[in-house]
Design a protein around this ligand. Sequence first.
Ligand code: DX5
Ligand code: ZN
Length: 212
Amino acid sequence: MRVAPSILSADFSCLREELKTVESAEWIHIDVMDGHFVPNLTIGPLVVKALRPHSTQTFDVHLMMDNPTNFFKEFIEAGSDQITFHVEAVDDVQRWVDHLHHNKVKAGLSLKPKTEVQSLAPFLSDLDLVLVMSVEPGFGGQAFMPDMLEKIQKLKEIRDDKGYHFDIVVDGGINTQTARSCEQAGADVLVAGSFIFKSDDRKEKIKQVRGE
Ligand code: DX5
Ligand code: ZN
């Protein structure tokens, strides 16, 4: 199990130091919100660019915004390793998955809790990751929606059946208990924000999410 601490729950006045406290995790999850696709406003490519020299971890950028492709260039140039956008927010999904690959950035698609896995079907063969939202996107600290476990299982079935390579990533409400449910359902990577950052012993929390 790999872990992606979400810096949404970090102290924004000292993000560089906050990154150091979660160095034992594989990825850093960066939540970008536009105040329109979701009712919250966060950070943009300038922050990704500012943090890039201070970490060798995979920068996993989650774009919760309308017209995310307008900012692909900036996020790519800022040093994103992988960019996940919402299937609900883009019309020509395949074109933009190809665009990311052409720019040597991994491509992910995310879906809100009410969106069916079926909407991802045409793109699954080309994706590097699928980000299953297990809360309504917008805020950290919400409760995990157990119904989303079925989506994880379904994605795993499709992947195993067709021989696809995407990682199944789960985002929202992850703690020690929900982490194990996601693992059993087939998740490969867990995003955790408040569970990790509200603690002073983040290394321990990362281990707990991992199941160690
Ligand atoms: C929610 C974000 C998540 C958020 C998760 O819209 O996409 O990445 O930070 O936070 P927790 O782990 O607190 O649910
Ligand atoms: Zn996220």
